[in-house]
Design a binder for this molecule. Structure first.
Ligand code: NAD
Length: 292
């Protein structure tokens, strides 16, 4: 298949390179960042000069972009995906998007006879590199089945969740749980340090105890080194994800006591100008409050 990949940053880059390395699909990329494009063309992908050029030549067009507004601009904006895509081609959004935006784009695509899947991913940059990420997909089952050869080329761990938007809902829930675990880790580590414990020993013991979680290893590695840049997963993106989960909870009138506390913690870190740092930089809020 001919695959067009728009947005080859921290996540899109390794996913795209895995398609090139692990399959016979012909891959063309587009990104505003020339270095990101080069990381894919260096190993055999072609580069398109525009979203329009990329879309016209592809069986499947995929996006992995930061914010819902970025996906909207690329999918529905002037000379974007919708303006250039034809029935028979498929559009797949891999970004962590808003369920409402997924449905808005899906409806616009459907009006033109175009099939869309939302297929957000989880597992971080390490999982994206190793081709082990979870891909949670919403949309028509037949469209999903047809897209599997492309999706499986960057991870075997693909799950069809249900109708369009359901992949995104699953992803927002996953990330809310992960960020709450990261906040608990920050709080626990700072309590330990304040009580005079050796942080390395504390990390070692938690890693083998019930306080452990999937986020604890990457979180504690960053925390012990005190290095929060460059980001693997930017705090601004994590804050966006939690905002979207809270928005969904508002729509459904579901309480998210831990989610909203963690969202506020992220906001404090953003106000400390850490939005571009890694999401684990929430630790700096505690360090600052504790004068460390
Ligand atoms: P990123 O900022 O590293 O990459 C985004 C890429 O999109 C950049 O290369 C940027 O130049 C490009 N871009 C932005 N606007 C564009 C446009 N209009 N046209 C073409 N290219 C454009 O972000 P990321 O960390 O790769 O995240 C991408 C998506 O994946 C986000 O929705 C994020 O929430 C989600 N996500 C990230 C992680 C992670 O660990 N980083 C994990 C799971 C999901």
């Amino acid at each position: 298949m001919k695959v067009g990949f728009i947005g080859v940053g921290n996540m899109g880059g390794p996913m795209c390179r895995n398609i090139v390395k692990r399959s016979n699909h012909q891959v063309t990329v587009f990104d505003l960042n020339a270095a990101a494009v080069k990381s894919c063309t260096d190993i055999g992908a072609a580069a398109a000069k525009s979203v329009a050029e990329l879309t016209k030549g592809a069986d499947v067009v995929m996006t992995s972009l930061p914010m819902p507004k970025d996906v909207e601009a690329v999918a529905l904006g002037d000379n974007g995906v919708l303006a250039n895509i034809k029935p028979g081609q498929t559009y797949i959004d891999l970004s962590t998007n808003a369920p409402s935006m997924v449905k808005k784009i899906g409806a616009a695509m459907a009006a033109k006879g175009i099939a869309m899947l939302d297929a957000p991913v989880s597992g971080g940059t390490v999982g994206a590199e190793a081709a082990t990420i979870a891909i949670m997909v919403g949309g028509d089952k037949k469209v999903f089945d047809d897209a599997l050869p492309v999706l499986k080329s960057f991870s075997a761990n693909v799950i069809h969740m249900g109708a369009l938007g359901s992949g995104t809902v699953a992803k927002l829930i996953n990330n809310m749980m992960a960020f709450c675990n990261a906040a608990a880790a920050a709080e626990g580590l700072m309590l330990g340090v304040s009580a005079g414990l050796d942080p390395e020993k504390l990390v070692q013991v938690i890693a083998n105890s019930s306080g452990n979680s999937a986020i604890f290893k990457p979180f504690s590695e960053r925390a012990l080194k005190g290095e929060f840049t460059p980001p693997s997963f930017a705090l601004n993106l994590a804050h966006k994800d939690l905002h979207l989960a809270l928005e969904l909870a508002d729509e459904l009138d579901v309480p998210l006591a831990l989610g909203s506390a963690t969202h506020n913690l992220q906001r404090m870190a953003r106000r400390m100008k850490l939005g571009g740092a890694d999401s684990s930089a929430i630790l700096r809020v505690y360090e600052t409050v504790l004068g460390q």
